[in-house]
Design a protein. Structure first.
Length: 118
């Protein structure tokens, strides 16, 4: 699903550059974004955190990305290295997109921190 890969790339770029207009378009109004800390953001609170710098995404490097197509729903799974503010960590994630009208939007994100190796 090339369309979802392109949208994921655009979302990551928007998060790291603070591109609120792109996030407004990509994120669904009913988004539930669950962070590795179990904190939940809505679309509005997520965009606010990015635009004010409370969530300062400096880089996100993904690997093992897989996309499953379920018609009007796409499920993306993978692992990523995050650099947010002064924190660097790795997480596994599941990201869900829904096709609404002619546009795909991100409706859910859930991530789990990968424990640091001893």
């Amino acid at each position: 699903m090339e369309e979802i890969i392109a949208l994921e790339n655009r979302r990551i770029e928007a998060m790291t550059k603070g591109d609120v207009a792109a996030l407004e378009e990509i994120l669904a109004d009913d988004l539930l974004y669950t962070h590795t800390t179990a904190r939940i953001d809505t679309k509005a609170s997520f965009i606010d955190a990015v635009s004010t710098g409370r969530s300062n995404y400096k880089s996100i490097e993904r690997k093992d990305v897989k996309i499953r197509d379920f018609g009007d729903t796409a499920v993306v799974t993978g692992q990523a290295k995050f650099h947010v503010g002064n924190n660097k960590f790795e997480a596994r994630y599941i990201d869900v997109y829904a096709k609404r009208g002619n546009a795909w939007q991100m409706v859910a994100w859930q991530s789990t921190r990968v424990p640091d190796e001893a």
